[in-house]
Write a new protein. Structure first.
Ligand SMILES: [Zn+2]
Ligand SMILES: [Zn+2]
Length: 324
């Protein structure tokens, strides 16, 4: 099969678009989608100048998604003095797994010549995920603990690094899964939060100064294409899944989406675009409500660590307490 855009041999076929692309045009198409998302989400406001560049912190796990995102952002902005990229890697304390992917991160940061910071649960919290899984005082999936600690460190360090933006490598499959899970759980509040946290033009995000805004510019690219891009570009990505991965519900949703996509190509795209539109409406609606009656969630400072929370003690500190 020939490439749709040249005489070359196609290395991939995307059922959702009907495209057959050669290696060159496939790479170009992935890069274009990331750059278009950067533009549409207005991640580089017009008034940014080289004298006061933006610091973009990329959550760099060493998996294919974050490695591909970092590489494309680097290539896009290599000549642009308005953007400074910093890779931020979190070591969870998972024997073997994270050490290998940390190597991938170090290799990539060296290759691209970008600043790279590594923080660990062990140094920050005095815990390792391998031990957390053993103890499991809250009787939860490993990912539930890990997600709380990772989010906390990402935002803390994004703030410490004076980040203007925190970017993560979520792909189309990740985002469609999350969207569908929120739908199926009927979690409208989570939809609004999702929108605030990661979507929509930055300029319209309003009064969130205490949080570093989030962005997910890889979210138009399906997982398989991210993997193929990492492969053809020979990027130092670590492919193995986390040994503690145990999100059973997400696994079911993933399988459901594979089947739907197989029979109805384009399903992931339509789920995500419908979700984003709806999440925007919900977020607007909630913003209006809290202006009217001041009835938003009561935010306060965690008694232990001072981070913003709706409770006496934040979730992270609660978990650390039960692990102590
Ligand atoms: Zn071609
Ligand atoms: Zn706390």
């Amino acid at each position: 099969m020939d490439c749709n855009r040249c005489e070359g041999e196609a290395i991939m076929h995307a059922a959702y678009s009907g495209a057959h692309l050669c290696e060159h045009h496939f790479r170009e198409s992935v890069e274009k989608r990331v750059r278009r998302r950067v533009r549409r989400d207005d991640l580089v406001p017009h008034d940014v100048t080289p004298d006061d560049p933006l610091t973009w912190v990329v959550g760099l796990s060493g998996g294919k998604d974050s490695v591909v995102l970092t590489r494309i952002l680097h290539d896009t902005f290599a000549e642009d003095p308005r953007i400074e990229l910093v890779g931020l890697t979190i070591h969870e304390g998972i024997e073997g797994y994270r050490d290998k992917s940390l190597e991938a991160c170090v290799d990539l940061a060296e290759e691209l010549d970008i600043r790279h910071e590594v923080v660990s649960y062990e140094e920050e919290f005095g815990i390792r995920m391998d031990d957390v899984v053993e103890d499991d005082p809250e009787n939860m999936a490993a990912c539930a603990y890990c997600g709380v600690f990772r989010r906390d460190l990402l935002s803390t360090y994004a703030e410490d690094l004076d980040a203007d933006l925190l970017l993560t490598g979520h792909n189309l499959d990740d985002e469609a899964q999350t969207a569908l899970m929120n739908f199926l759980e009927g979690d409208v509040a989570q939809m609004a939060k999702h929108f605030d946290a990661s979507l929509g033009p930055l300029s319209e995000r309003g009064d969130q100064e205490e949080f570093v805004p989030r962005a997910k510019p890889l979210r138009d690219v399906p997982e398989k294409e991210v993997a193929l891009y990492a492969h053809v570009e020979d990027l130092p990505a670590h492919i193995t899944e986390c040994p503690h991965a145990s999100e059973a519900y997400r696994g079911e949703i993933q399988q459901l989406l594979y089947d739907l996509e197989e029979n109805h190509p384009g399903t992931r795209h339509s789920i995500l675009s419908g979700y984003e539109e709806l999440a925007g409406i919900v977020a607007d609606d909630r913003a209006g409500e809290s202006e009217d009656d001041g009835d938003g969630p009561d935010l306060r400072e965690c008694a232990e660590c001072g981070s913003t929370t709706t409770r006496e003690v934040c979730r992270k500190c609660g978990l650390l307490e039960s692990l102590a």
